[in-house]
Design a protein around this ligand. Structure first.
Ligand SMILES: [Zn+2]
Length: 603
């Protein structure tokens, strides 16, 4: 087995077990922990996915005897007519036919593998169009978890960090990630007493804020005289001294460039480790939407060449500084994998999370009026990358970030009106009604995460005021305006990564206090499923080969214990009671995931 050079199957399973533990900490993790211990990450070989401008559908003969048939089930095809079928046939890694049991059984021969679904439901394999797959591995290998239930308070964090530091040599860096430890971020005064001889940096799981101790600040040479970088905030106390708190990547990078980096080998291991976790949720395609550094892009393609991809992926290279543009243009177009990975385009971060949302009007966060990029530099970079012929995705939390992005897209598209660029806005948490119309008119897509309302929904009005808080993730408004909408996990920036949680979030918009936030913006279960399959594939130019169960498409499938659409639809009509929805979501377990007709996960 050629995998063994880097990670044995036993290691895979061991690390998958670690992930299971982390997931089990979330009330919405649906008890997936145990199933993850039974992962069978079987590398499989199928025809290549398309690169931009190539013929999208792999050549194959759909005539003749099937390799595999799945019969006696409910096949939710997500084709344009939302056809429901009973059975599906697979040949050469592709969907050969979809239809009745009788029609599909007629395609089976003596060597055909017959899978009796016993009434279970099959959907297209989920396409997760915005996540950070390798970071999920990083959080299990490079960072110390400081997560609930073990870590809920600053004291918990200090206790856990003390244990870790006791095992480290003097001077060795300690890095961790946390979810919440009270109503503020930890500062250097919180961290110093337990870490006099080790530099410490802990990052909030959302990924945009972090905290360091005094020794780390000293190593990085960060003092009262260090200016804030464009688009980032180094928090100061009343006397102007850095507190150790950093807002946005640009600020954290002032410190992080002095920290040790994960090795390329560890990054490859992280990529190999995280895929079975995604596959266990029914995901057959991921788009890593924020790949920082060409080394990480290389790691994805190296992993593919090593034959260690079990699900398919695309990567978006994040342009962080104007000065990186030339390098990005030169380097990123040459990567070739082994058919599972594709280079899709570019990513910008134009603001951070709520407290750093770039908005038209003041808010009660940390900084409201500062985009991460100086606007003209941003527009110039968008223009240059638009001319590559590839896609551009821009992270936007605030309404002003959305409008600046639309301005940049519009100017680039007017200057070079290439057909169908499908540029994307990521998250789009706050936006104006006028922006919705512009998004539609420009053919821009929105890729969002209504499940995040669970984390923020009870607090948006405190930060943004009642009126603006009504404009949070307006999914129904976008659909009704005809905006192409994709749903994603954004894993691992929240404590859950499963598509079922994303779908549940979209149909309920549930908050931690178990109320539905702006319920008029809820999607139906069918709409949510489309946005996580065919429309998610559309968001990455892959709708011709993925996202629905139709002859000629890749045989990427998710088999569910129950019908996710009827279950979620029923849940959305009941009062939002954890006693009801948690068991119901547990019942929506993935039984089997297939990529190219090969089983990559089985419960
Ligand atoms: Zn993200």
């Amino acid at each position: 087995m050629k995998d063994q050079k880097y990670m044995t199957r036993r290691d895979f399973l061991k690390r998958a077990g670690l992930a299971a533990g982390a997931l089990a900490g979330s009330a919405l993790a649906c008890g997936r922990g145990e199933e993850l211990a039974h992962l069978t990450p079987t590398p499989s070989k199928v025809a290549p996915t398309a690169g931009p401008g190539t013929t999208p559908i792999p050549v194959a003969t759909l005539e003749g005897t099937s390799d595999t048939v799945l019969v006696n089930g409910k096949i939710i095809t997500v084709d344009s007519a939302d056809t429901i079928a009973q059975a599906v046939a697979i040949k050469d890694g592709l969907i050969q036919a979809v239809g009745t049991d009788d029609a599909i059984r007629a395609l089976a021969g003596g060597k055909t593998k017959v899978i009796d679904l016993s009434g279970k439901t099959v959907t297209p394999g989920l396409v997760d169009p915005h996540n950070h797959l390798q970071v999920l591995g990083l959080l299990q290998s490079f960072y110390v978890p400081l997560m609930p239930p073990e870590v809920r308070t600053l004291d918990d964090m200090r206790a856990k960090l003390s244990e870790v530091i006791a095992q480290k040599a003097e001077g060795e860096w300690v890095t961790g990630y946390f979810l919440v430890v009270g109503d503020r971020l930890p500062n250097r005064h919180d961290l110093d007493p337990i870490s006099p001889k080790n530099p410490v940096f802990v990052i909030q799981q959302g990924g945009h804020y972090g905290s360091a101790n005094s020794l780390a600040l000293q190593i990085a040479g960060i003092t009262a005289d260090t200016p804030d970088p464009v688009g980032g905030v180094i928090e100061r106390d009343a006397s102007g001294e850095p507190t150790g708190v950093f807002y946005n990547h640009r600020a954290m990078d002032v410190l992080r460039k002095h920290m040790p980096l994960p090795t390329p080998e560890l990054t490859r291991d992280n990529i190999a480790y995280a895929q079975p976790v995604f596959a266990a949720g029914g995901v057959t395609t991921f788009y890593d939407n924020n790949v920082r550094g060409v080394d990480t892009i290389k790691a994805y393609f190296d992993t593919d060449r090593e034959g260690k991809m079990i699900i398919r992926g695309q990567v978006y290279y994040t342009l962080e500084w104007p000065g990186d543009l030339d390098r990005a243009l030169k380097e990123v177009e040459y990567y070739e994998g082994n058919g599972f990975m594709r280079f899709a385009g570019f990513k910008f971060l134009l603001d951070g999370q709520a407290k750093m949302g770039y908005c038209h009007q003041p808010h009660n966060g940390v900084r409201w009026d500062t985009p991460t990029w100086e606007p003209q530099n941003f527009k110039d970079a968008v223009r240059a990358l638009h001319d590559t012929g590839l896609q551009i995705c821009v992270h936007c939390f605030g309404d002003a970030a959305v409008d600046l992005t639309l301005d940049a897209f519009e100017e680039a598209m007017n200057a070079n009106p290439r057909p169908d660029p499908r540029h994307r806005i990521e998250h789009c948490v706050l936006s104006t009604p006028q922006a919705t119309q512009r998004i539609k008119d420009l053919g821009v897509l929105v890729c969002t995460q209504p499940q995040f309302i669970r984390l923020g929904g009870d607090h948006y009005a405190d930060v943004f005021g009642e009126e603006r808080a009504r404009r949070v993730i307006v999914t129904r408004e976008w659909l009704e305006a005809g905006v192409p909408l994709a749903l994603s996990s954004d894993a691992p920036t929240a404590p859950w990564i499963l598509p079922v949680v994303t779908l549940f979030g979209a149909v309920t918009r549930i908050t931690f206090s178990n109320r539905s936030y702006q319920s008029e913006q809820c999607l139906t279960a069918q709409e949510a499923l489309r946005a996580h399959t065919i429309d998610a594939a559309y968001s990455g130019f892959e709708e011709d080969i993925k996202g629905s169960i139709e002859p000629g498409k890749l045989a990427d499938l998710a088999v569910w214990r129950k019908d996710p659409c009827t279950t979620l639809e029923a849940l959305s009509k009941e009062p939002l009671d954890p006693e009801t929805y948690i068991p119901a979501l547990r019942g929506l377990q993935i039984e089997m995931t297939m990529v190219g007709g090969e089983i990559v996960y089985q419960a």
